[in-house]
Design a protein around this ligand. Structure first.
Ligand code: NCD
Length: 330
């Protein structure tokens, strides 16, 4: 049974779809984060409960067309802990691999009773046609889209930041994103989600990784050397060097990456604020974008917290989308 906490958390915060990190109001983010934090507290306080059957009778489908550990597993467990049926669609074992279209695949799964689709794709612009065709019949959650978006990662990172600094006090704090920003849907999602909150956003990496045009596209400052980017940072988010999205030419220019951009204790302690915290969406290439010692140092690293917050945040998102008209008592 759920443990009851007296206050009600309304769940009318997001749209019936979550396909973009852009366009969310601060108020709606605050409500979602409050619910996610309550769920996180419940998970921590009741490690063996894992059963809040608020989504009984609903069916959620995970449809991952690119590999994933954290996002896929946390969505699956989030749905199961909330009592939903979960269908894990295996693209390689399905008619999708015989050439069936995504639209015909979705129609088939809708007929089988799926209420919500959690989709990861390598293609930018994947969700627009799906929403136009099916948005009135199902909920869609973007679980990572090409290089452009990954809303639940940006939201769980924001939840992680608010556990260090309250949402209302994030304005003016400096967040520096270091690494392969051009190829990172996590970085793009963060740059879409955070501007309304008044954080100072800085990007750092070699030119092959950080296109100067990003400064115009998003409200941020671009650096091609690490030290000025780190200066007085309150948070540093480092990104995986995405070998699968590199061309040989890009790989060549990335070779000096460790020498100039790897996050180390020394670089952090020399340039950032003493209270600086480090984030990484995972998976990590240990000793490439960050040293193992720093990654595993709880004084600085929030990486394991991000993973645990991902479960709570995704539970909150599922409640928002699938239980939108009710109040949830946790
Ligand atoms: C990221 C992804 O796939 O977008 N991982 C994640 O979802 N936590 C980042 C990556 O693959 O480097």
């Amino acid at each position: 049974m759920s443990t009851l906490i007296p206050s009600l958390v309304p769940t009318t915060t997001l749209l019936p779809q979550l396909v973009s990190s852009a366009g969310h109001t601060t108020d709606s983010l605050a409500l979602l984060l409050e619910l996610a934090q309550r769920l996180r507290n419940q998970l921590d306080a009741n490690p063996t409960q894992k059963h809040w059957p608020l989504l009984q009778g609903r069916t959620v489908c995970t449809l991952f067309l690119e590999p994933s550990t954290r996002t896929r597993c946390s969505f699956e467990l989030a749905a199961k802990y909330l009592g939903a049926h979960v269908l894990n669609f295996e693209a390689s074992a399905s008619s999708f691999s015989k050439g069936e279209t995504i639209a015909d695949t979705i129609e088939t799964l809708l007929q089988l009773g799926v209420d919500a689709f959690i989709i990861r794709t390598g293609d930018n612009g994947f969700f627009e046609p799906l929403l136009a065709q099916f948005g009135h019949r199902a909920h869609f959650i973007n679980a990572g889209e090409g290089t452009e978006d990954h809303p639940t990662q940006a939201l769980l990172d924001l939840l992680t930041l608010t556990q260090q600094v309250p949402l209302a006090e994030l304005a003016g704090k400096k967040l520096t994103i270091v690494g392969d920003v051009n190829h990172s849907r996590v970085a793009h999602a963060t740059l879409k989600l955070l501007p309304g909150l008044g954080l100072k956003l800085h990007l750092a990496g070699p030119e092959a990784f950080v296109n100067p045009a990003l400064a115009q596209r998003f409200s941020c400052t671009v650096h091609h050397t690490l030290e000025p980017a780190l200066q007085n940072s309150d948070f540093v988010m480092t990104l995986r060097v995405q070998k699968e999205r590199q061309t040989p030419a890009l790989q060549a220019s990335a070779d000096g990456y460790i020498q100039y951009f790897q996050l180390t204790h020394e670089r952090l302690q020399t340039h950032c604020r003493p209270s600086v915290k480090v984030l990484h969406p995972g998976p990590v290439n240990r000793e490439v974008e960050i040293t193992s010692a720093l990654m595993d140092d709880p004084t600085y690293s929030l990486i394991t917290q991000q993973v645990r917050n991902g479960l709570a945040l995704r539970m909150a998102v599922l409640l928002n989308l699938l239980l939108p008209t009710q109040d949830v008592v946790l």
